[in-house]
Design a protein around this ligand. Structure first.
Ligand code: FAD
Ligand code: DHB
Length: 389
C-alpha cells in the first residue's frame, strides 16, 4: 500500500489531523490499535478551547458541536467553605466550550467514514521504519498478516504509550517529567450537575472537581491515592468524599445517583523534545502529557494538529517545507506554556503528602490573592480559555 501521510493512532489528534488533510486533498491512512467501539467508550476531557472548536469547524465536524455544546463564561474556585468565580467573559471577553472528548471522537469517526477515508482498526505491532530517510514506511499486523504502507510522512498520534515517540533514538531525544504523588478518580452519573459552572475545589481533605456533560449527566473527580484501585471506591465512598471537599452549601445541593463509569488516572507532566525526527512528527499525548487540572490535554493535542496540518499543507500545496521545519519549535513553545499552567493549577489545588504547614499557608495566600485580584484572575482566564496558536 502507499499513501501520503500515515497516521499512527486514531484518538482525537489522529482523527482531527486526518480529516483536515483529507479535506485538502492529502491522502492518509489511520492505523488504530483498538476497535472503534473501544475508542468511543473512553471518557476523558470535557472542556474545549475556542481554537479547538475552530479546528473542528475547519474539519467539517462543527454542526453537532454547535447544537449540543455549552458555553461556559467562567468557572468557580472553592477553598474549604468559600467559593469565588472567575468570569472569563468579563475579564477577557472569551469563554470555553463544554463538549466531551467522546463526542469529538465520535463526530470525527463519522466524518471520516462518510468521506471514505481509510482507517484500519485492530492493528498490532505497528512499527515505523526509515523515518530519517526520504522513503519511510510503516509495517503492522492485521488479522495475523504483515502489511506495509509506504508514505511521505508519518504522524505519530498514538498517545503516551504508543510506538512513535520510542522510534526516535534516545540519543536525539530529551524527556522532562514530573510525576505527582496522587491520582484522580472520576465518575459519570446520570444526575443534574450541582452547579452551572465547573467548580475546582481545594479542601483540607484534597482536591475535587465538579463538571458535567449535559443537564442530566454529571462528571465529578476527586484526588485519590496513587495505590488506590477503582474497586476500593464504592459509590457511597465517592459521594461522601466529594461532599466533604465542597463548600457546605454546594454539598447540600449535590444530587447523587449510581455511577455509570468510574476510572482512576495518574497525574503526570511530561514533554519529549524534539517533536520531529526526519519524516516522523509527534502530535498530542505521544509527545507530552499534562495533569488534567487545567483542562489542557486535548486542547494542546489540537494545537499540535494545527501546526502540523498547516506545515503539511504548505509542503503539498506550495512545495515549501519551511513550516514543517519549524513544527517542533512552534508546537513546543505553546506546549510548555500549557505545561506551566497545568502544573500551577495542580500545585494550587491539591493536597500533597509532603506538604508542610507553611506550604498549606502559601496555597491559602495564593488563593486569597486570586480571589481579590483581578490581574491574577485575568492571568488564569487567559491561560484557561487557551493561548493563541
Ligand atoms: P490518545 O487519546 O491517547 O489517542 C491515541 C490513540 O492511539 C489511541 O486510540 C490508542 O489506542 C492508539 N494507539 C496507541 N498505541 C498505538 C499503536 N502502537 N498503534 C496504533 N495505535 C495506537 N485531558 C483533559 O483535558 N481532561 C481530562 O479530564 C482528561 N482525562 C484523561 C483521562 C485519561 C485516563 C487519559 C489517558 C487522558 C485524559 N486526558 C484528559 C487527556 C486527554 O484525553 C488527552 O490529552 C487526549 O486524549 C490526547 O489525544 P491523542 O489523540 O493525542 O492521544
Ligand atoms: C473535565 C476534566 C478536566 O480535567 C477539567 O479540568 C475540566 C473538566 C471534564 O471531564 O469535564
Amino acid at each position: 500500500m502507499r499513501t501520503q501521510v500515515v497516521i499512527v493512532g486514531g484518538g482525537p489528534s489522529g482523527m482531527l489531523l486526518g480529516q483536515l488533510l483529507h479535506l485538502n486533498g492529502i491522502d492518509t491512512i489511520v492505523l488504530e490499535r483498538r476497535t472503534k467501539a473501544h475508542v468511543l467508550s473512553r471518557i476523558r476531557a470535557g472542556i474545549l478551547e475556542q481554537g479547538m472548536v475552530e479546528l473542528m469547524h475547519k474539519a467539517g465536524v462543527g454542526a453537532r458541536l454547535e447544537r449540543e455544546s455549552f458555553h461556559h463564561e467562567g468557572t468557580q474556585i472553592a477553598h474549604n467553605d468559600r467559593m469565588f468565580g472567575i468570569n472569563f467573559k468579563q475579564l477577557i471577553g472569551e469563554s470555553v466550550i463544554l463538549y466531551g472528548q467522546t463526542e469529538v471522537t465520535r463526530d470525527l469517526y463519522e466524518a471520516r467514514e462518510k468521506v471514505g477515508a481509510q482507517t484500519i482498526f485492530d492493528v498490532a505491532d505497528a512499527a515505523i521504519h526509515d523515518a530519517d530517510t526520504d522513503a519511510p514506511y510503516v509495517t503492522f499486523h492485521k488479522d495475523g498478516r504483515e502489511q506495509r504502507i509506504d508514505c511521505d510522512f508519518i504522524a505519530g498520534c498514538d498517545g503516551f504509550h504508543g510506538v512513535s515517540r520510542r522510534t526516535i533514538p534516545a540519543s536525539v531525544r530529551t524527556e522532562y517529567e514530573k510525576v505527582y504523588p496522587f491520582g484522580w478518580l472520576g465518575i459519570l452519573s446520570e444526575t443534574p450537575p450541582v452547579n452551572e459552572e465547573l467548580i475546582y475545589a481545594n479542601s483540607e481533605d484534597g482536591f475535587a472537581l465538579c463538571s458535567m456533560r449535559n443537564a442530566n449527566l454529571s462528571r465529578y473527580y476527586v484526588q485519590c491515592s496513587l495505590g488506590d484501585d477503582v474497586g476500593d471506591w464504592t459509590d457511597t465512598r465517592f459521594w461522601d468524599t466529594l461532599r466533604r471537599r465542597l463548600p457546605a452549601e454546594v454539598a447540600e445541593a449535590l444530587v447523587t445517583g449510581p455511577s455509570i463509569e468510574k476510572s482512576i488516572a495518574p497525574l503526570r507532566s511530561f514533554v519529549s523534545e524534539p517533536m520531529r525526527w526526519g519524516r516522523l512528527f509527534l502530535c498530542g499525548d505521544a509527545a507530552h502529557i499534562v495533569p488534567p487540572t487545567g483542562a489542557k490535554g486535548l486542547n494542546t493535542a489540537a494545537s499540535d494538529v494545527h501546526y502540523l496540518y498547516t506545515g503539511l499543507l504548505r509542503f503539498y500545496q506550495d512545495k515549501d517545507s519551511a513550516e514543517l521545519d519549524r513544527y517542533s519549535e512552534k508546537a513546543l513553545a505553546r506546549v510548555w506554556k500549557a505545561e506551566r499552567f497545568s502544573w500551577w493549577m495542580t500545585s494550587l489545588l491539591h493536597r500533597f503528602p509532603d506538604q508542610s504547614p507553611f506550604d498549606v499557608k502559601m496555597q491559602a495566600a495564593e488563593l486569597a490573592f486570586l480571589r481579590d485580584n483581578e490581574d491574577a484572575q485575568r492571568v488564569l482566564a487567559t491561560n484557561y480559555v487557551g493561548l493563541p496558536y
